[in-house]
Design a protein around this ligand. Structure first.
Ligand code: PLP
Length: 388
């Protein structure tokens, strides 16, 4: 393999067959962590920038691309912007991984770390306020806005889903972790066309609000939101599985020990979700899940027992039990065909809700309006989320 650009380093046909992973069924894990910049987000980054270019909103050497990110997308955008000649500014917060910040800077991006928490105790509101200031003070600045830009969804329909459809004659179960829901929306849309009987499962952490859950404090980045992203209007899961962060850590550790691959946090959540409903898989069914990144960048967090002790375990010890549910939306009650999801699930009959665990915590994150590239270029939107 000879490449002419690092952006060609996207491994589209890489699946790890995890033998007898779920109740005797093999799991096919689509590995995206070997892509350049280490995650699935390189596809998103290319798509977001090319979308602006197509709409005539980007001028190399002039346009300043701005995004709120705590890691993977920021890193991917810094590379994409460097190769295309755009200035890039990543607005992040103290939870961002040091290696990611350093790498963004090495690719030529600028990193702004906001220090103050927002009204609900998170950083997203502060991040978005800073973006708003930059957009007002710099006419060349444009916010890519992964939370509402439809290009974030479409790229996963056109690429990620097509890669899966190319590799399998049938797919019966598809598991996708959700942050902005771009991956989920695109993959589910396209795979439902290819495999009409498929069940597409959205996986998120307990404490995420995307699908109507109560906001709780979360410490593992990548999936989950504190403010529902506008893209979630396109996410119509057959099933939603909420995973405790402690389960995510356990899944990552056992996968490293037993399957010999250090995977990232969202992969751990997805693996836990697959196992949680393994008893429902039928003989001969094909089960596929997406692994968005690898574990090295989590060595000081998920894979550090002291960090887990400090940030994950206390919340479980302090538990004020509230029910956490696996919402089984078989047949898609209200929102399968709807254009947006309700903030709660009043429509789901109680017999369709399966209690899997309990936890407590506090909300973190916020969102507010800004100039953004959410479909029409510079436009005010009222969205934002801390998916990534
Ligand atoms: C590691 C990881 N997993 C999962 C996701 C979720 O992807 P999406 O934002 O498309 O929902 C992200 C998003 O940044 C991520 O970085």
């Amino acid at each position: 393999m000879i490449i002419d650009s690092p952006l060609e380093l996207i491994f589209r046909d890489l699946f790890y067959r995890v033998a007898a992973f779920a109740g005797g069924h093999d799991l096919f894990l689509k590995l995206e962590g070997f892509n350049v910049t280490g995650s699935i987000k390189v596809k998103t980054a290319i798509a977001l920038v090319e979308d602006l270019e197509r709409r005539g909103l980007a001028m190399p050497g002039e346009t300043v691309m701005i995004e709120s990110s705590s890691g993977n997308l920021g890193l991917a955008l810094s590379l994409v912007c460097a190769t295309k000649g755009y200035e890039f500014i990543c607005v992040t917060d103290p939870n961002a991984n040091r290696a990611a910040i350093k790498s963004i800077e090495l690719y030529g991006g600028k990193v702004i770390v906001v220090e103050n928490r927002d009204a609900v105790g998170g950083f997203l509101g502060t991040r978005l306020e800073r973006i708003d200031e930059m957009l007002h003070s710099n006419p060349n600045a444009v916010w890519l806005n992964q939370y509402s830009n439809i290009a974030n969804k479409n790229v996963h329909a056109e690429e990620t889903a097509a890669e899966i459809a190319q590799a399998f004659d049938r797919v019966d179960w598809m598991f996708v972790g959700t942050g902005t829901t771009g991956t989920f929306g695109g993959v589910s849309e396209r795979l439902r066309e290819e495999f009409p009987g498929i069940k597409v499962v959205a996986v998120e952490p307990v404490g995420s609000v995307t699908f109507g859950g109560e906001p709780n404090k979360r410490s593992i980045p990548g999936i989950g939101t504190s403010v529902r992203p506008q893209l979630a209007d396109h996410a119509k899961p057959d099933r939603i599985i909420s995973i405790e962060e402690e389960q995510t850590v356990e899944a990552c550790l056992s996968f490293a020990r037993e399957r010999h691959l250090l995977v990232g946090g969202s992969t751990g959540s997805v693996l836990a979700a697959v196992q949680s409903i393994a008893s429902e898989f039928k003989p001969g069914e094909t089960i596929v899940a997406i692994s968005p990144d690898l574990g090295e960048k989590y060595l000081d967090t998920i894979y550090d027992p002291q960090w887990v002790e400090n940030f994950i375990k206390p919340r479980v010890a302090e538990t004020i039990p509230i029910s956490t549910v696996v919402a089984s939306v078989a047949g898609g009650v209200e929102f399968r065909g709807g254009s947006s999801l309700p903030s709660k699930y009043p429509e789901i009959p109680s017999e369709m809700l399966q209690v899997v665990s309990s936890t407590n915590g506090n909300g973190n994150g916020n969102g507010h309006g800004n100039h953004s590239a959410n479909g029409n270029g510079h436009k005010h939107t009222k969205n934002g989320a801390s998916g990534e």
